[in-house]
Design a protein around this ligand. Structure first.
Ligand SMILES: [Cu+2]
Length: 456
């Protein structure tokens, strides 16, 4: 055990200029998304996809959303629960539903992205969460090839939490928590519009622009932060503070990793402990970002203002170690290489030289395989690799061995570079056919997705 609180105060003294840099405080007080929680092992709910005028950054915007809200309910379930979700398609286009990051069945009316709902149709999904499922932050969003980007950009994405992340740690299990869903909106004439990636994007947290989050000096909170937008990267900093990363992409790390900066690729999540410094005002920012010579660059923004005030709370002593996570190196049964590339005009995107075809099976393997995939990016812009139904261990980035702290389900693939990941296809629940793709959804929609079949 070590006292991290002292490190926060001593290493990062808060100055007057920090407070000035925070920018104008948002008029809104931070609010968590609404919650739909399971009872007696069942979460039953209806999500209606349709166009509605919703509140985005404090103004009315016409958007395609779930249940008339830019930020739909956070689904909270326990391992072993079942989600019975009725999806109503009141849009004038096809949609469907994906549970990002869940290790659940990809067939029938479970997490099956090949299932599509025509306009006017209703589909009952049943998602059985295994009793051994890792606790943490996941998310849900539509996944109809060709329309995923537009639907998620409109606001069709929400959080899903499997309870129990901090349960093994008595000193942490009762810390207050918040869900911070990062979305970016391009707004014109009172509706969501499409511009170049990142151009004039309004960055929001739970649909609010620069809301104020208030903590007491020394108070510790768990922030579950999800990048649930379609295409933008977030690089988060909180003035005068570090993030203590507990989990990445819904997978608890083996240790609490202190970070001054959190990179959240499209689709990625980080669950972090934040321990408030002394009284003051601190900006939660995302930095400007450049995705490469063939890519996009866009400015940063203040996402939220953290106000620390009131009576001080004796800071918790944060544990250094969490629980061991099995290292998959030395267990690899097979190796393969996946190539991301794109056409010179940047309008068509390929996996292994082909665009997505739902009727073709690109990769076949047997349950029990633990594979090392080299994912190579032959284009001049970033892509982020994601595979459904399972997590992976990142072992190398551009030939540099990576520290092993835990698993993830999203990894950035550097421009003209490569990453190595080890993917376990060992959970019998994932038998079936599913997909892997770039999670910049505009790239996925333009072809950068492939199919995989796991057979018993
Ligand atoms: Cu991409």
């Amino acid at each position: 055990m070590m006292k991290l609180r002292a490190a926060v105060l001593l290493a990062l003294p808060v100055t007057a200029s920090d407070a000035r840099d925070a920018g104008p405080a948002g008029p809104e007080t931070f609010r968590d998304p609404a919650v739909a929680a399971s009872h007696d092992g069942v979460l039953a709910l209806t999500l209606a996809a349709g166009r509605a005028t919703v509140d985005v950054a404090g103004r009315p915007v016409l958007a395609a959303v779930y249940n008339g809200s830019y930020v739909p309910p956070t689904l909270r379930v326990h391992p072993g629960d079942v989600i019975r979700l009725r999806l109503v398609n009141a849009l004038d286009e096809t949609t469907n539903l994906h549970m990002h990051g869940l290790a659940v069945s990809p067939v029938a009316n479970s997490d099956n992205v090949f299932l599509h709902l025509a306009p006017g149709r209703t589909q009952d999904y049943e998602i059985r969460i295994p009793a051994t499922h890792p606790p943490g932050l996941y998310w849900y969003h539509p996944h109809p090839h060709g329309r995923s980007d537009d639907q998620v950009r409109n606001g069709m994405s929400g959080a899903l939490i499997i309870e129990g992340l901090l349960d093994p740690f008595p000193e942490l299990r009762d810390v207050p928590e918040h869900v911070l869903l990062l979305k970016d909106a391009q707004i014109g004439d009172g509706k969501i519009v499409r511009r170049g990636i990142g151009d004039d994007a309004v960055r929001t947290v739970n649909g609010m622009r620069n809301p104020t989050i208030t903590l007491r000096p020394g108070e510790t909170e768990l922030w579950r932060i999800g990048n649930v937008g379609a295409d933008l990267y977030y690089v988060l900093t909180l003035e005068g503070h570090r993030f203590y990363e507990v989990a990445r992409d819904g997978h608890r790390l083996a240790r609490l990793v202190p970070k001054r900066q959190l990179l959240l690729e499209p689709g990625a999540r980080a669950e972090v402990l934040v321990q408030a410094a002394g009284p003051g005002t601190y900006a939660l920012r995302t930095a400007g970002f450049d995705t490469g010579p063939q890519g996009n660059h866009y400015p940063g923004a203040v996402l939220a203002t953290v106000r620390v005030e009131g009576a001080a709370i004796p800071p918790l002593t944060l544990p250094e170690r969490l629980l061991p996570v099995p290292d998959l190196r030395n267990q690899v049964t097979h190796r393969r290489t996946i190539v991301f590339s794109e056409s010179a005009d940047g309008d068509t995107f390929f996996v292994d030289g082909r665009t997505f075809d739902p009727n073709r099976t690109d990769t076949r393997l047997k349950l029990g395989a633990i594979e090392e995939w080299t994912i190579r990016n032959e284009s001049g812009e970033l892509h982020d690799f994601h595979i459904h139904q399972t997590h992976f261990q990142v072992t190398e980035v551009n030939g540099v061995e990576q520290t092993f702290d835990g698993y993830q389900d999203i990894v950035n693939v550097p421009v003209h570079g490569e990453v190595k990941v080890i993917i376990p296809f060992t959970d019998p629940v994932i038998v079936g056919r599913f997909v892997y793709h770039c999670h910049l959804l505009s790239h996925e929609d333009k072809g950068m997705m492939a199919t995989i079949e796991v057979t018993p």
